[in-house]
Design a protein around this ligand. Structure first.
Ligand code: SF4
Ligand code: SF4
Length: 475
């Protein structure tokens, strides 16, 4: 932040954040697109990702959507496998693995995700921004041809809205499935007002983000950007400026005037600043606003080539290497993250390998623990909950093992459960009162579907607790 006039306070018109002036007004950033070698590589990656994002909802694996995050029905399908919220260990391990992977990759390669793969960067820099510059003529033309601006803007915003609507529909297809989405699109909004409102709000949010909010999503809102300072260290790969080579900087005119003075390679042309989509100066060091998009590398390389100097004054490197030290790939945090990742993914792999086609649980019935009938027999009430994780409806039979004369009375045995659904059966287990010892009897419930699910669950029946008189002394 610049300040001044001797008071130390920022003056109106000066920037406090890279995107904000001191008077609170927005400092609009119109970066010049540098079409250098990194930009060309990112362009290929970006369009592959856009194609993947657009096509995935249509792709089926084993007749199921490749990815369907059905929050309403609490079912998550990933590449043909459907997971239910009851699979807490799996979901917890997957989540932990994802978070740790982010930590590990960031510790090694900095914000490579932000610069190369984040949807915010990909859509902003390779779809919305190029379209805007094509319509408005880019950084300089935008200033030169003011007269045509209103017309171009009039075309720009409807186009942005159209693209945002398409993105919102594609995004929501991941949550409702492509068939449901097409049904909604073909029918009147009055038939599905909630879905229509969700779609309209998502479209509006995307339009707001890409048309107006833009880089502020990275510099102000995104939590990943906020925690960089704890995830990065001096050996993490970042986009940086080699101050030892570049300083003291000096413009070409100054160099000619002061021909005897020693200058570094930076000619202070500010091409790296003009291209930065978050409006910062890479020469100020590692900054939270830097999304490692490599645009400043391309800009500076172009300048270096033009003045006959080697490329790489701004380049991928580590803070250590920019300071002339050797970076360390193996360091406590990377070893620690890697070790935990191996454990977490090992556990996840083993849990997936042992994953059964159903999940059953037994709960005691509500109310009295047992009832004694007029004929003296005892009845325990149980509730058996079964989640069918397979792709077809299944019938689950419940048996009692361990007590020959026990009889199950149940309106639903076998219990039929639709694919991906959870069913509940209420059971009454009748037994003789003689089988109980100290008011309890251990039994085993066998639940099986005759196909590939066969589980035995230990359970304790409750019965009368008979107090026996202890023998008195001298008896
Ligand atoms: S400083 Fe360079 S890498 Fe960082 S956001 Fe700006 S242009 Fe991209
Ligand atoms: S583009 Fe390179 S030479 Fe120009 S100001 Fe930036 S670092 Fe210096």
């Amino acid at each position: 932040m610049s300040s001044d006039h001797g008071t130390g306070a920022p003056q109106a018109g000066e920037a406090v954040l890279s995107t904000l002036n001191v008077d609170g007004s927005r400092r609009w950033i119109r970066p010049k697109i540098e079409r250098g070698r990194f930009w060309r590589r990112r362009l290929v990656v970006a369009w592959l990702l856009i194609a993947l994002f657009t096509v995935l909802p249509y792709v089926k694996v084993g007749g199921k959507p490749s990815i369907l995050l059905d929050i309403v029905h609490r079912r998550f399908t990933i590449f043909g496998a459907t997971f239910m919220p009851t699979e807490t260990v799996l979901l917890m391990l997957a989540l932990l693995g994802a978070v740790l992977s982010i930590f590990f990759v960031t510790a090694l390669f900095g914000r490579i995700w932000c610069g190369w793969a984040c949807p915010q960067t990909v859509y902003m820099e390779f779809l919305y921004r190029p379209l805007e510059q094509w319509l408005e003529g880019g950084r300089r033309a935008g200033r030169r041809h003011q007269e045509g601006r209103a017309v171009r803007r009039a075309l720009k915003y409807p186009l942005f809205l159209l693209i945002s609507a398409f993105l919102a529909h594609t995004f929501l297809a991941y949550f409702v499935g492509i068939e449901q989405l097409f049904d909604w699109v073909r029918s009147s909004p009055a038939e599905h007002p909630v879905a229509f409102a969700t779609m309209a709000i998502t479209t509006g949010l995307m339009f707001f983000d890409f048309a107006w909010f833009r880089e502020q999503m990275c510099t102000v809102v995104c939590p990943y950007g906020r925690i960089q300072s704890v995830l990065l260290d001096t050996s993490s790969v970042v986009v940086g400026y080699d101050g030892r080579r570049g300083e003291p900087r000096g413009r070409m005119g100054q160099r000619r005037r002061e021909s005897g003075a020693a200058f570094g390679d930076c000619i202070d042309c500010r091409a790296c600043v003009a291209t930065c989509p978050t409006g910062i100066d890479i020469r100020d060091g590692l900054q939270m606003e830097c999304i490692h998009c490599t645009q400043c590398i391309d800009a500076c390389d172009r300048v270096m080539e033009r003045i006959g100097k080697p490329r790489g004054l701004v380049r991928y490197g580590t803070v250590s290497s920019f300071n002339g030290e050797r970076p360390r790939w193996l360091r406590p945090r990377t070893v620690f993250y890697l070790a935990i990742l191996v454990v977490v993914f090992g556990l996840l792999g083993s849990a997936l390998a042992r994953r059964a086609s159903a999940d059953a649980g037994v709960l005691r019935g509500l109310g009295a623990p047992y009832v004694q009938r007029d004929d003296g027999r005892l009845v325990n009430q149980l509730r058996v909950k079964i989640a069918n994780r397979s792709d077809e409806p299944r019938s689950y039979e419940i048996e009692v093992l361990g007590v020959e004369e026990a009889k199950i009375v149940a309106p639903q045995n076998p219990l039929s459960v639709a694919a991906g659904e959870t069913g509940m059966a209420v059971l009454f287990i009748e037994t003789s009162p003689d089988i109980f010892e100290r008011g309890r009897r251990e039994i085993t419930l066998r639940i099986h579907d005759g196909i590939d699910y066969d589980r035995r669950i230990p359970y304790r029946l409750l019965g009368p607790f008979e107090l026996r008189r202890l023998p008195a002394a001298g008896d």
